[in-house]
Design a protein around this ligand. Structure first.
Ligand code: F6R
Length: 248
């Protein structure tokens, strides 16, 4: 039996609202909270809800610090497909967060190895991440920790899985333009976060979610490592939850 808390919502909107509530509750309790954040389609609804709370004056990010999970390597600065661009468009430019408190790996750093080490050091200097919000790939990746034969520990440069390149091609003009490499927090960086909130929506995630929650812990399905974390909440919509065993 896992310690994971599983919350199944009827649909994406409901899941997004609940996820935003979790983040908001933490930030209200601790206005200096350190958040780990994902990009992708999944968290967009959560970000919309958080922006709405900020607009209504019920939530402030003024003292919040953020660390993004990952960034593509080699996209020109300001590229609309960079995760930096995504985060500003979908979240940061709409709230009162201080720019100096925003951290996103630099996929154009001259020395990428050094950038990875510096990123880990910044997380440590901030006192670690209080709440890490994660999406999950169709193949079970978290961050860009792709299925493999071991769990990469620290922030590192990784080659994207063919299936990830295909899944992410939807945002680019052609599949050739999808970067092949990225910087990502490692599995160790993720497991050191005090709390984890993983979100998954839609049928394409159902298999990975079943494996992550009910299967063996294996680097072939990186999200399965979360079974070893002591404070994980998994929020699903009905489709993403559709392959979980009924006894649950
Ligand atoms: C994004 C990230 C990825 C995504 C995953 C799901 O920062 O680290 O692991 O969370 O690929 O992406 P979506 O939400 O687009 O299905």
């Amino acid at each position: 039996m896992t310690e994971m808390k599983i919350i199944v919502s009827a649909n994406y909107d409901e899941m997004s609202r609940l996820a935003a509530e979790q983040v908001a509750t933490l930030v209200r309790q601790n206005p200096k909270a350190v958040l780990g954040l994902p990009t992708g389609s999944t968290p967009i609804g959560m970000y919309r809800n958080l922006i709405e709370m900020y607009r209504q004056g019920t939530l402030s990010f003024k003292q919040v610090t953020t660390f993004n999970l990952d960034e593509y390597i080699g996209l020109p600065p300001g590229d609309v497909n960079s995760y930096r661009y995504f985060m500003f468009e979908n979240f940061f430019k709409h709230i009162d967060i201080q720019e100096e408190n925003i951290h996103i790996p630099d996929g154009n750093a001259e020395d990428l190895e050094q950038e990875c080490i510096a990123y880990e050091n910044k997380i440590r200097a901030a006192g670690g991440i209080d709440l890490m919000v994660l999406g999950v790939g169709n193949n079970g990746h978290i961050g860009f920790n792709e299925p493999g034969d071991h769990f990469p520990v620290a922030t590192h440069v990784t080659k994207l899985d063919e299936s990830t390149i295909q899944a992410n091609a939807r945002f680019f003009d052609s599949i050739d333009q999808v970067p092949r490499y990225a910087i990502t927090m490692g599995i160790g960086s993720i497991m050191r976060c005090h709390r984890i909130l993983l979100l998954a929506s839609g049928k394409a995630k159902a298999q990975a979610i079943r494996g992550a929650i009910e299967g063996p812990v294996t680097p072939k399905l990186p999200a399965s490592i979360l079974q070893f974390h002591s404070d994980v909440t998994i929020m699903l919509d009905a489709e993403a939850a559709s392959l979980l065993s009924r006894s649950r």
